[in-house]
Design a protein around this ligand. Sequence first.
Ligand SMILES: *Cc1c(COP(=O)(O)O)cnc(C)c1O
Length: 426
Amino acid sequence: MAVLEQLTSQQAIDLENKYGAHNYHPLPVVLSRGEGVFVWDVEGKKYYDFLSAYSAVNQGHCHPSIVGAMISQAQTLTLTSRAFYNDMLGKFEKYATETFKFDKLLPMNTGAEAVETAVKICRKWAYEKKGIPENQAKIIVCENNFHGRTTTIISFSNDPVARKNFGPYTQGFIKIEYDNLEALKIALQENDNVAGFLVEPIQGEAGVYVPSEGYLKAAKAICEEHNVLFIADEVQTGIARTGRLLATCGNCSCSDKHCSGAPDVKPDILILGKALSGGAYPVSAVLANNEIMDVIRPGNHGSTFGGNPIAAAVGIAALEVIKDEELASNAYKLGEIFRSELNKFITNCDLVNAVRGKGLLNAILINDTEDSSTAWDICIALSDNGLLAKPTHGNIIRFAPPLVMTEEQLMDCISIITRTLSEFKK
Ligand SMILES: *Cc1c(COP(=O)(O)O)cnc(C)c1O
């Protein structure tokens, strides 16, 4: 067959299975087009996307402003490396730091790279500013975290599938229970040389675990007492997903009314990725103020593609869309409707134990064992009915549509979900 011939779904699946490494277990759906909240498979079947590429496509598929910025920059200048200045990076850095209220930004490409960058900045700050003896710095992390897939990051994961046979592991991490302030206090009392506390404001991959009210703010205060950097991994929760510009927000400059009253937790280091590009291109970043970011000097860290002109143009456009279309506000409003409708439904449904989440980052807990295939089978049934979602851990299904969804579309989706759950037979 010619390389670019139009394939059937089965042909495309067979090609990936034969020629690609088997490092994912996708739903058997082959997508070839996307627009807004919709994607289409190669046979032309239309679906609501309820994963949004793990919250990278918050602005909707192929958003014309983002695609427009990308095309126009791609026709002008794509990559210079950081051996030279380019005329786009500074604009992006100014726009993003003003948006998120930090002094400086360090641009990378993927989420995992940005987490690695944050770990390095935190360690260097510990030695040069806090005075921790060389090679002794420790970073506290949470159980069931997800921060990416590099060797260092999986060193502090407790997911056996992500870890096993990838050792030896990177030292210097202490794991504590998530959403447990006492555990954080004890870890800080029992360990010298703690440099940072790395946390997801909501644990997305673990199954959309929303911590107790006030947890993040109290954790930040405890970190301050001990001169420990509070590092927020908002790769999944950030950029309006949870109904605010950031899940740690309260201090952002977006005009959304739901921002002002929110708990105000200002991380020392903020990690962004995924929707920072609206899914058009890999763009990630670490933000911090000068007293922290200034520990990074020429040669300490870098990336050939990090901060390239296309990424910068796409990043600006992606953030503009969030502001212009008030997507935080929309995510907040639709999230309230989603949870309230599904909560009503599950009172009469044995199949679902609970609905939880914030904004448009939600999950349902299926009433079955973790190793059962029920959640997977429900996702197959949902896809037959025109809605794509994916189980996270075992019996949990995450629901995270693009934030450009309308209320009418959401009601349509809720009816697909409740109908599928009602008809579902194990
Ligand atoms: C997706 C994700 C990452 C990793 O991002 P990649 O771009 O896949 O490397 C890191 N942290 C969190 C919280 C994520 O959801």
